[in-house]
Design a protein around this ligand. Structure first.
Ligand SMILES: [Zn+2]
Length: 358
């Protein structure tokens, strides 16, 4: 050890927050009005700025390597996608446009998902956020859909397993069911997938009885909630299902598919969350990640089509991940239609989770 070591300053503590984003995401743009538009990301990044001084580190996006994607998507899909994206702008499915910047944006989003996981595992930060477009959670192993091209959060979870983690949890609070993420991991017990979503709604999947397949049974948890559900319903879902299951699963890393389209202002859905509800959910997930995951949480931007809801939702969610949210003013009580929906989830999941048996 060098004699002057007492004078060497100690290494800086990990920054609170690492953000991955990139101006190149803006060039993935529709030819005419479409709700999944570049201004969404501007709004989300304004939400990040509103956090002020939280020890934030900004990192540029990085391209995905083929091997990162092949852990999630079929090789034939990736080949066909690259050919298609080189054509004149058009559509990959009835909802999912592409232009000459889509390949760059999609590959940067998925590559940054891996870089975010590396930053969390290597201790660069406790909380990371991928502020990217296009979103990912509807993209299946072999299909682009619902504005999504590559499944960024699934690429991240697969990368975490490759880095040696044994248990990863994905909580998807986007208002739409994360059908792509479910399809990718429904046979994989190492990845717990929990989706809270409005039902019925696009993509018309995510019923309580969908619990995973084969060895993965019980590692897919669908929590469909009726249209109009708000903070009370989500609170009930967290207390009765999400928190007990996360505690029992003890993930080593927690990833959030964070859409902001369950916000009351969103034009594409009918839920009633407000900004404080996002802070509350994030704060609970921060708690859930506290012990087994050493607090490591990654937030991935998915949907959310009202710019105000995006800006303030992102700000509140990140605040909830960085510090305890005071829930003294949160709504109390019971939502009877949510309770009915949750009883179906409890019935479907009880065989797999001791914590639900009481
Ligand atoms: Zn959505």
């Amino acid at each position: 050890m060098p004699v002057d070591s007492p004078l060497v300053p100690p290494p800086a503590p990990p920054s609170g927050l690492v953000i991955f984003s990139d101006p190149r995401f803006a060039a993935h743009a529709p030819a005419s009005y479409h709700p999944e538009r570049p201004r969404r990301l501007d709004a989300a990044l304004r939400g990040v700025e509103r956090l002020g001084d939280v020890g934030r580190v900004d990192r540029p996006a990085v391209f995905a390597r083929r091997e990162d994607l092949e852990g999630v998507h079929a090789a034939e899909y990736l080949d066909a996608l690259e050919l298609k994206l080189a054509e004149r702008p058009g559509y990959l499915d009835p909802d999912t446009y592409f232009n000459d910047a889509t390949q760059t944006a999609a590959w940067l989003a998925a590559g940054s998902a891996c870089a975010l996981v590396d930053a969390l595992i290597d201790g660069d930060a406790r909380v990371g956020a991928l502020m990217a477009r296009p979103p990912g959670h509807h993209a299946t192993p072999n299909r682009a859909m619902g504005f999504c091209v590559l499944n960024n959060i699934a690429v991240a979870a697969r990368h975490a397993l490759k880095r040696g983690l044994k248990r990863v949890a994905i909580v998807d609070w986007d208002v739409h069911h994360g059908n792509g993420t479910q399809a990718i991991f429904e046979h994989t017990p190492e990845v717990l997938f929990v989706s809270l979503h409005e039902s019925p709604l696009y993509p018309n999947s995510g019923y309580a009885q969908e619990v995973g397949q084969g060895e993965g049974r019980g590692a897919t948890v669908n929590v469909p909630l009726p249209p109009g559900s708000g903070g009370v319903a989500y609170r009930q879902a967290f207390e009765r299902i999400v928190m007990p299951i996360l505690s029992e699963a003890a993930p080593e890393l927690l990833l959030i598919s964070a859409g902001f389209d369950a916000h009351s202002r969103d034009p594409l859905a009918n839920m009633q969350l407000d900004d404080d509800d996002y802070a509350w959910m994030a704060s609970r997930l921060r708690e859930a990640a506290g012990e087994s995951a050493r607090g490591r949480v990654g937030l991935f931007l998915e949907g959310g089509y009202d710019l105000h809801a995006l800006e303030f939702g992102v700000e509140h969610a990140l605040r909830g991940l960085l510090s305890h949210a005071d829930d003294g003013l949160m709504p109390r009580g019971q939502d009877p239609s949510a309770a009915f929906a949750l009883s179906a989830v409890l019935e479907a999941q009880r065989p797999y989770w001791k914590s639900l048996k009481k």
